[in-house]
Design a protein around this ligand. Structure first.
Ligand SMILES: NC(=O)c1ccc[n+]([C@@H]2O[C@H](COP(=O)([O-])OP(=O)(O)OC[C@H]3O[C@@H](n4cnc5c(N)ncnc54)[C@H](OP(=O)(O)O)[C@@H]3O)[C@@H](O)[C@H]2O)c1
Length: 292
């Protein structure tokens, strides 16, 4: 059985990946205790001891606002640790699936970004993730970098759970209406990642022309305010009024891109994989919420 090493244990994407990969593969999940990405000098030795056929890395410093304060930590985990993983992958020719973000873009476009569009992060988190991508590419690692966006699920800290939690105490919510993106369910990420992993393992690694960056989000686009309304509809919450507000009315330490929709054509062309429409994925997530 081929061995997949998954970096990070309790994250949203990691949790859903564990559900879909367990049983079909020998799966080794490296917790923070086993592989602390802030201890960069130990990374290559840990991976070498694991001897994986494929590494999947959804671990990251993901606290976007906190990254403005803890710049060094964000850079260590999102750039320096990724450079070490990439160095191991290049040396051992182990394929890598790594995750990145729509926040590598400035957000001033008015049509979906493609992989070749210029980046321009607004904050430390986006910059650190971009530098992680660049480290992988500079190492010429046998890797694909999946840029996703607005990740939510029934686990961890995310907008979906925040909205549902607030609905138990509030009957009116102000939500930003002028940022547009693609909400992406961690369950959809896991399903699509599994298909790509299967392909990579079947073909015995990645071909050099497959290396690089891919946009990897649910289809369609919406604003946070419209997403909030859809969350309430899907969960049959009809006691909350959502009022759309502007970004200026909801200041955050890190600036967010106003528009961060990503064009996923390359992923479907190269791997024959696409994620569902965000509304379809939301219905799946809500169905899961109801079974909890
Ligand atoms: N969340 C979003 O909205 C979003 C949007 C776009 C892109 N992304 C990208 O998608 C990927 C997955 O995101 P997610 O939402 O699943 O993230 P998440 O829920 O915040 O999970 C982060 C994971 O990283 C691990 N981690 C953090 N610091 C670590 C360290 N020092 N050593 C080892 N592990 C460490 C955590 O470990 P523990 O298991 O110990 O908690 C956790 O498993 C990330 O690359 C992220 O940048 C996320």
């Amino acid at each position: 059985m081929k061995k997949i090493v998954l970096v990070g244990q309790n994250g949203q994407v990691s949790s859903y990946l564990q559900r879909v990969l367990n049983g079909d593969y020998e799966l080794e999940v490296l917790s923070r205790e086993q592989l602390d990405l802030s201890q960069v000098d130990s990374i290559q030795a840990v991976l070498e001891a694991s001897a994986p056929s494929l590494i999947i890395n959804p671990a990251a410093f993901t606290a976007v606002d906190l990254a403005e304060e803890r710049q060094q930590e964000a850079m260590t985990i999102n750039r320096d640790a990724v450079a070490e993983i990439a160095a191991f992958c290049t040396k051992s020719q182990t394929p890598l699936i790594h995750f990145s973000t729509d926040y590598v873009f400035a957000g001033d476009a008015n049509e979906p970004y493609s992989e070749t569009d210029a980046t321009g992060p607004n904050g430390v988190y986006g910059q650190s993730k971009l530098e992680g991508e660049q480290a992988i590419l500079a190492a010429n690692a046998p890797a694909i970098i999946l840029r996703t966006s607005w990740v939510y699920s029934n686990r961890g800290k995310n907008f979906y759970k925040t909205m549902l939690n607030l609905s138990s105490t509030r009957d009116e919510l102000s939500v930003v209406a002028d940022q547009v993106g693609a909400p992406t369910y961690a369950g959809s990420i896991a399903d699509a990642t599994k298909k790509i992993a299967e392909r990579i393992l079947e073909q015995g690694g990645l071909d050099e022309e497959q290396f690089g960056v891919y946009h990897f989000t649910c289809q369609g686009q919406t604003s946070w305010a419209e997403f909030a309304k859809a969350i309430f509809v899907e969960n049959e919450v009809n006691t909350v009024t959502v009022n759309g507000i502007s970004t200026e009315e909801y200041p955050t330490p890190a600036k967010r891109p106003a528009f961060s929709v990503l064009n996923g054509d390359k992923l479907s062309r190269v791997f024959g994989v696409s994620l569902p429409h965000w509304g379809t994925a939301l219905a799946h997530c809500a169905a899961e919420t109801k079974t909890r």
